[in-house]
Design a protein around this ligand. Structure first.
Ligand code: ADP
Ligand code: MG
Length: 718
């Protein structure tokens, strides 16, 4: 009898070699194997008759091989196969497929799956490059054995992703998974707490595993393909439930730590109000209240503030900072780039220095002496607001009285920056168990709520869902780059009106050298020829910090009219007078990136324009990205589409940085189940103690550890 924990080698038909291949797919135990779900199903119970096929449909066809052969065209060899059912025939083609020669024998039974198309010459129906599986000859011989054939026709058949460069095929998976199910212990333990199971009417684990691999004839084919059968739901829910339970446990542990209970009396309230250069929006007021409420509690705040570009997060950060400073604590504000750190520094001085707050800027590019001096100010408690880049994090800056950490534009850090950044200095400090500082993370990446709560598992969430008044929506246009003269004319007109313009070039790491050259060359072209009479600056990541700083400052002051740049300006830079964003080779940028870039304009009252120039062929996905940009300015809509196009891993830019990986769940497809799992996990934790057992707790912690190998969010998974 196999248990879920039994190593896969004990399943009949799996030797050490195959076990090794399976290990590369993360399959080590019988449980792993059984949770290796089909990525689609073929309806071979009701396969399509060739005579009833229609052009344009995806179809499974089972037929007999009639003949096959390779013919060579001028451009490439093409392999052609004809399958038949009685008198009907269907042609299949594979390009460049010399490897298929001699693979098919007349009379063999074969299952094909692909898109039916009409040949433009002959008008006949055909399938190009179908997926196929040999089933033996029409009598059931020829396949490895008859039992195998019975798993492959006359039913709904599971199709698995193959492994080991095709050495382990879908057919093979079908057979070993079937064997494992046959030999699986009959009393498979239920893992989900009874109360939850009852509420959701989940099927048993055994039934779920059987039916997800071997659906019954009556199962809805659509539900199968979309992973929405009761069997799928049970398995997906189970996985998500234990992750959410683990997160809930962690969140509670976090909340139980000692934090600082900041006072929010009238004096502090006055101080917060005094600095405001404008009337806050209703959303800003609400979010500040959420933050202030947290800060007053005796437990550390861990809050994520989401707000689209331009929604006004900075001022909220400053206000939270004042609460801490007025209580006698220090504040650290971290930005992802030097330019942004500098920009925050300037706005902080503009907004806060009049009120007498002491602000310092600490970045990696400062001279060693200067750094040392600033660090001394921080360690002695003279500096109240410390603004910096990663340097703050990496160089272990010591604070006299750390109170609040603000992390701006978190998406640029990746999800997982461990925040050990606020170290307390040794000077005059003898309490052994210092209170944890509060943490506020600000991001312009809009993420659907449940996803955010899972990905930033231990953070509470605030959303700034309103733009400050007086903004005119940005107009976005697409244009091919052969029409650039028109674009430059337009730019010139805007400059004549006193506005400023960004022109952005793609520089992607792989092609950095050549693309950087192109950007530099283009800048020369623009500054030397097209706009010879205007002031044009160049900004890219390779410039040394001082020069970068100088260029940015000149643009901010209006001394440059056009800024040619790479994506270094992507985040946060705030120049109200800039009204045009020209993006060259827009098809090469990601959607989130385009949206961030566009967020650099439309910050003032004047009408702003984003011009997406494309050069060369645009892929289908590229089309969708550009379309979305033209269609909407709404960051949440853009994010949803981006998530769909790229998947969560790339969306968050943390592919290697420890994005959670799920076995059967898919965070996007299963968003609703995630929401449900989260609710149920919270309900179980709220319920009487008897509802949650030690076994469940350890299962939840294992679930976390498995998916976030090192850590997640801001908390170490121990
Ligand atoms: P982001 O959320 O992208 O960081 P910022 O904090 O940089 O946005 O704010 C964008 C611009 O809007 C800034 O120039 C800021 O001064 C301005 N702003 C923010 N809040 C308001 C408001 N309530 N009324 C008017 N202008 C505001
Ligand atoms: Mg910002």
């Amino acid at each position: 009898m196999l248990e879920l924990t039994t190593p896969v080698q004990y399943v009949k038909g799996i030797g050490p070699k195959l076990a090794e291949i399976l290990a590369t797919k993360g399959i080590a135990t019988v449980g792993d194997l059984l949770n290796y779900l089909p990525f689609r199903y073929e309806d071979r119970l009701n396969p399509r008759g060739i005579a009833e096929l229609r052009a344009g449909e995806m179809a499974t066809v089972i037929g007999e091989v009639r003949n096959s052969g390779l013919f060579r065209t001028r451009r490439m060899p093409i392999f052609q196969l004809t399958v038949g059912q009685g008198r009907s025939r269907l042609k299949c083609l594979w390009f460049n497929a010399t490897y298929l020669q001699d693979k098919f024998k007349p009379g063999q039974l074969i299952a094909l799956y692909g898109k039916v198309e009409q040949d433009s010459h002959s008008g006949e129906l055909q399938i190009i490059q179908p997926q196929f599986e040999m089933l033996g000859d029409a009598e059931g011989n020829g396949a490895d054995d008859k039992a195998a054939t019975s798993l492959e026709v006359g039913r709904i058949v599971p199709i698995y992703e193959s492994a080991g460069q095709g050495r382990v095929t879908a057919r093979w998976f079908r057979r070993v998974i079937r064997t494992a199910l046959d030999d699986l212990t009959p009393d498979l333990a239920e893992t989900i707490p009874g109360a939850v199971r009852g509420r959701l009417a989940l099927v048993s684990p055994r039934e779920a595993l059987w039916k997800v691999h071997w659906p019954e004839a009556g199962e809805s084919f659509e539900d199968l393909q979309s992973s929405r059968t009761p069997a799928h739901i049970r398995l997906i829910f189970e996985e998500l439930f234990f992750v959410e339970l683990g997160l809930e446990l962690k969140r509670r542990q976090q909340k139980a730590q000692t934090g600082i209970a900041f006072q929010l009396d009238d004096r502090v309230r006055q101080a917060i109000k005094k600095i405001l250069p404008f009337h806050p929006t209703a959303a800003q007021k609400r979010v500040l209240k959420e933050i202030a409420d947290d800060m007053q509690k005796p437990h550390p705040m861990r809050r994520l503030l989401q707000g689209d570009v331009g929604s006004g997060k900075t001022i909220i950060g400053f206000q939270a900072g004042i609460i801490a400073i007025e209580n006698g604590y220090q504040v650290a504000l971290m930005a992802p780039t030097e330019i942004l750190a500098q920009q925050h520094y300037f706005s902080a001085r503009r907004i806060l220095e009049n009120a007498g707050y002491r602000i310092v800027l600490l970045t990696g590019s400062l001279e060693a002496d200067r750094k040392r001096e600033i660090r001394r100010h921080i360690a002695q408690g003279n500096a109240q607001l410390v603004i910096g880049t990663h340097a703050l994090l990496e160089e272990r800056v010591e604070f006299a009285k750390p109170g609040l950490v603000i992390v701006d534009e978190q998406h640029r850090f990746g999800v997982l920056q461990r925040l050990k950044l606020m170290k307390k200095s040794g000077e005059g400090n003898d309490d052994k168990n210092p209170a944890e500082p509060d943490v506020l993370v600000m991001t312009a990446t809009p993420i659907p709520r449940t996803l955010a709560l899972t990905l930033y598992g231990d953070l509470d969430l605030s959303v700034l869902d309103e733009l400050p008044p007086g903004r005119t929506p940005i107009v976005t246009r697409r244009i091919t780059d052969d029409r650039s003269p028109e674009v430059w004319d337009f730019v010139r007109k805007q400059v004549a009106k006193g506005h400023q313009v960004y022109v952005v070039y793609p520089v992607i790491a792989e092609n950095e050298e050549t693309e950087l050259k192109a950007a530099v060359k283009m800048c020369r072209e623009l500054s030397g020829k097209v706009f010879a009479d205007l002031k044009v600056g160049l900004l890219h990541g390779r410039l040394d910090a001082e020069l970068k700083d100088q260029v940015m400052r000149m643009f901010q002051k209006g001394e440059l009219q056009i800024l040619v740049a790479t994506t270094v300006i992507e985040v946060g830079v705030d120049v109200l007078n800039a009204t045009v964003m020209v993006i060259e080779h827009a098809e090469r940028f990601g959607l989130a990136q385009l949206h961030q870039l566009r967020g650099r304009i439309g910050r003032g009252a004047a009408k702003s324009y984003c011009i997406l120039m494309t050069g060369g062929k645009v892929t289908e996905e590229g089309e969708r990205r550009l379309d979305a940009m033209v269609r909407t300015n709404d960051g949440f809509q853009i994010a949803e589409l981006d998530l769909e196009l790229r998947g969560p891993g790339e969306f968050f830019g943390t592919r290697q940085a420890g994005m959670p990986s799920f076995r059967v769940a898919n965070l996007i497809r299963d968003r609703q189940l995630l929401e449900l799992a989260k609710r149920e996990a919270a309900a179980v934790m709220e319920g009487p103690n008897s509802e949650i057992t030690q076994v469940e707790i350890s299962r939840a912690l294992v679930a976390l550890r498995m998916r976030w190998p090192r850590s997640y969010g801001l908390v170490e998974v121990g």
